[in-house]
Design a protein. Structure first.
Ligand code: GDP
Ligand code: CA
Length: 325
């Protein structure tokens, strides 16, 4: 921490770990406050899939679309104002079309696939997509190699998107694993960013299928234990705002709560944020040997995203320098 104290606020390096919708919201707020030199966003690729020969990276795309302003904020996925003519044509041709890709969205996957086929890595391709969408901050897919999330359920082992989209998260989860149990590698760029980070921020993403894939890559969890890590709860009042995070806690035998998230991260997180509605959980979280604060954390628009991000950054700075920004 002495090293941090010698740095001024504008010299600190932050890495945000994000999945899709919840992660992108906080990343958006952070990106509005921190310059690209100070913030790197590392995104889950466990959800990635092939769709009609195209490489789709749903969480990376949610982050790209959110930071570029392309996002469909109503649905939480895809591009605002998109049309689905292509999907209609596929249906007319009797193609199984449970994965809904809009016409504009399709362009992203076409370009990604084209660039990958030209020999670029997923990291390079994502940087190129970000540049073309006018995003200045580095957005890093967690790995250049496929590292698919697999769910062992009461309906057998399912690919992530089959569980999430085709089966609407209905199967009961028994276990989550990655890449057939074979260890994965974070990209060199991710390891470098984490090595240089003064503060790692766990966005309010699903702990099991958005953050865990990143943590399970070789060396990442160990590295985080040596870094200052803070996290914002994706669970508010015992519920997920969207998606299966609360259901997953229950199925894995834990009552969903902000405390359950803090407990899940307790081996490396030292500052935890709950929503202001969950102040009653703060005392129990403090017993996990981490600092805890309550902040407004529901972030529908950029205004709330900036406010939440700003409170988190201020708090980090105060905790570890004793100085207010
Ligand atoms: P996904 O990959 O699209 O499912 O997205 P993430 O894993 O990044 O985020 C899902 C989580 O985001 C859910 O558990 C939600 O409860 C949480 N979430 C969504 N919006 C918000 C928000 O405004 N504030 C907070 N604190 N959590 C949110
Ligand atoms: Ca996701």
């Amino acid at each position: 921490m002495n090293e941090i104290k010698r740095k001024s606020a504008d010299q600190l390096n932050y890495v945000a770990l994000a999945g899709g919708v919840g992660g992108a919201k906080l990343a958006h707020g952070l990106a509005a406050l921190l310059p690209p030199e100070q913030l790197t966003i590392v995104v889950n690729t466990g959800d990635d899939m092939q769709y009609m020969g195209l490489q789709v990276c749903p969480d990376v795309d949610t982050v790209l679309y959110t930071l570029s302003g392309w996002a469909n904020t109503q649905s939480g996925w895809g591009v605002a104002g998109d049309t689905f003519n292509n999907l209609g044509a596929l249906a007319a041709l009797d193609v199984d079309h449970w994965f809904r890709i809009g016409d504009k969205d399709l362009a992203t996957h076409m370009l990604r696939t084209l660039l990958l086929e030209s020999g670029l890595t997923l990291t390079q391709v994502t940087a190129e997509l970000a540049r073309r969408m006018g995003i200045a901050h580095p957005i890093l897919p967690m790995s250049d190699a496929p590292y698919p999330t697999l769910l062992e359920t009461n309906q057998g082992v399912l690919d992530f998107q089959v569980y999430f989209v085709k089966n609407h998260c209905e199967p009961v989860i028994k276990r989550i694993f990655w890449n057939d149990g074979k260890e994965g590698q974070a990209s060199p760029q991710v390891m470098l960013a984490l090595n240089e980070a003064d503060c790692v921020i766990l966005c309010p993403s699903n702990p099991f299928v958005s953050i865990d894939p990143i943590l399970s890559l070789k060396g990442v969890r160990d590295l985080l234990r040596e870094r200052f890590c803070m996290a914002l709860s994706p669970i508010i009042q015992g519920k997920a705002l969207k998606g299966p995070a609360a259901k997953m806690f229950s199925e894995l035998g834990v009552v969903p709560s902000a405390h359950a998230v803090a407990d899940y991260y307790k081996d490396f997180v030292s500052l935890f944020f709950v929503d202001e509605l969950d102040q009653a959980e703060m005392a129990a979280i403090a017993e996990l040997d981490m600092a805890v604060e309550a902040i407004p954390s529901i972030m529908p628009t950029l205004k709330e995203r900036k406010q939440t991000a700003s409170l988190m950054l201020d708090s980090f700075f105060q905790h570890f320098t004793g100085v207010s920004t």
